[in-house]
Design a protein around this ligand. Sequence first.
Ligand SMILES: [Zn+2]
Length: 313
Amino acid sequence: MHYSNFGLANTKTLLKRALQNGYAVPAFNFYNMETLDAILTAARITQSPIILAVSEAALEYMSGDILMGMIRGAKYEPGQIALHLDHGHSFEICKYAANIGFSSVMFDGSTLPLEQNISESRKIADYVHKFDISLETELGVLSGIEDENTKSETHSYTNPDIVKSFVKQTQTDSLAVAIGTSHGAYKRKSEKESLRFDILKQIADNIPKVPLVLHGASNIPQKYIKQINKFGGNIKNARGISPSQIRRAISLHITKVNVETDSRLAFTAAIRKTLSTNPSVFNPRDYLSNAKDEMVKNCIDEIQNIMGSGYKF
Ligand SMILES: [Zn+2]
């Protein structure tokens, strides 16, 4: 079914508005009813446009049927929410997502040879554009682990000299860039490491009308790391990107910021605390509703203090 039947918007529309007005639309990942509800609740409270991001692994976990059933039943502002495939690795998965009702897909050909990244991206653009579905592609490689489908030990920055021809040849609607962020909870050796704003500025100068996307941009709130470790967890040396650096990236044409790890940490920290401080609890609704509430708080915090996307309906 086409996404317009669900009241969804494509990301091209949301990101164009963001680029014109100097804010970023957050892309929050979800993988079950509670995380979907958390994101939509934060969107409603802050009146922010939102991109609901689903990785290939999360799509498999929920199944397309259950996922689209939840979207059908969810309450949200029509035209302000996009449903986006995060890190699609093949034409087939992008086509599948497009056909079941996604309004946007990412094809991640970043680890392929350049010519193959271009030809695959273009093939997917030609398919999804027939249905007014948006395409995000990636140039440059981010290190780290997003989930079982997206991990890399290598890293290479996006080459600003080729972004213009890449966008032209692929017909992509937005471009994910590698400027020093990485996937997962271990992004930084020290607080002092800076993103490569020089590279970002060159990219933005070369393709000023193309919305740029920052992956691996969680800030890893230390209060959640402490809470997880206090109540039986064991996460060491987790460090993210500081909000000030992400805000600076947004001032240089980043218009979509992907956040997944922070939500995972908020959710897990709340579950650990609830179960540890209430040892007799065994009703999943008790700890899942606390987890959802904590994720809502974190999403609102990121919308208001980093993205600048609140009150944009
Ligand atoms: Zn990513």
